[in-house]
Design a binder for this molecule. Structure first.
Ligand SMILES: CC(C)(COP(=O)(O)OP(=O)(O)OC[C@H]1O[C@@H](n2cnc3c(N)ncnc32)[C@H](O)[C@@H]1O)[C@@H](O)C(=O)NCCC(=O)NCCS
Ligand SMILES: Nc1ncnc2c1ncn2[C@@H]1O[C@H](COP(=O)(O)OP(=O)(O)OP(=O)(O)O)[C@@H](O)[C@H]1O
Length: 196
């Protein structure tokens, strides 16, 4: 089974690219979604977060904005949160890979924002990085309207620089032009792989 890593900075187009893989019946592990599931009511991360960040969990429900505010400009708190979340995500990822192997899959995708930082790149046979100009990235985040300009700056600043990610990629999909162009790059890449 070949494992493809899919990563890129926030808003660069990971989810959009992952959706295209899914449409082609290639299973995708979505690390962000796994985090959300762990943090949903009843999720395994709720109790440790409530203990480490008092006041962010009410009646078993996580206040994401409150937790985000706590960790945004506080590297030590973010480290503490990551130390809770990342082992649980890795566990979910291991289960995903085991299930895919049992199902006899030949190709799977790991969609992980922190693919390089978290070490999952080591499991991958090939790595795709999605990349768009910084101005496009910021415009997309602004359009979502969920983060303040300061939160956007802080998040981009603490992520790995785009140039470094591209350097470590086997293939880069440019996602700054339009979705059709990204679909075409992906289709070409998949077609090429089949002949190997
Ligand atoms: C701080 C939290 C509660 C904020 O929640 P919120 O709903 O506002 O954002 P969401 O989780 O949807 O993430 C928004 C974007 O930020 C990126 N991001 C989130 N956490 C991190 C991080 N620690 N480092 C880099 N990027 C991150 C996500 O990949 C995503 O692209 C949440 O992001 C969290 O628990 N983060 C820590 C877990 C983590 O490291 N996740 C990274 C993916 S494995
Ligand atoms: N190739 C593309 N061309 C134009 N717009 C795109 C393209 N890819 C993604 N977008 C748009 O950019 C925004 C971010 O895309 P997407 O959600 O796929 O990024 P992401 O990397 O998964 O983000 P996050 O890191 O926050 O999860 C979306 O509004 C999406 O419609």
């Amino acid at each position: 089974m070949r494992i493809i890593g899919l990563t890129g900075g926030i808003g660069m187009g990971k989810s959009t690219t992952a959706a295209t893989f899914r449409r082609r019946h290639i299973p995708v592990f979505d690390a962000d979604r796994a985090v959300h599931a762990l943090q949903a009511p009843g999720g395994a991360a709720i109790a440790p977060i409530a203990a480490a960040f008092p006041g962010t969990v009410h009646d078993g429900t996580l206040d994401r904005a409150a937790l985000r505010a706590r960790v945004t400009n506080d590297p030590a708190s973010l480290k503490r949160l990551e130390a809770i979340i990342h082992p649980l995500v890795r566990h979910a990822q291991t289960r995903f890979l085991a299930r895919a192997r049992r199902a006899g899959r030949s190709l799977v995708v790991l969609d992980i924002p922190l693919l390089f930082e978290g070490g999952a790149w080591r499991l991958c046979d090939e790595i795709i990085v999605v990349s768009a100009p910084g101005s496009v990235q910021r415009a997309r985040l602004r359009a979502r309207g969920r983060m303040s300009e300061a939160e956007i700056d802080a998040l981009i600043a603490r992520q790995m620089p785009d140039a470094e990610r591209r350097r470590r990629a086997d293939v880069v999909f440019s996602t700054g032009i339009g979705k059709m162009s990204t679909y075409r790059q992906l289709a070409r890449w998949l077609a090429h792989r089949k002949h190997r």
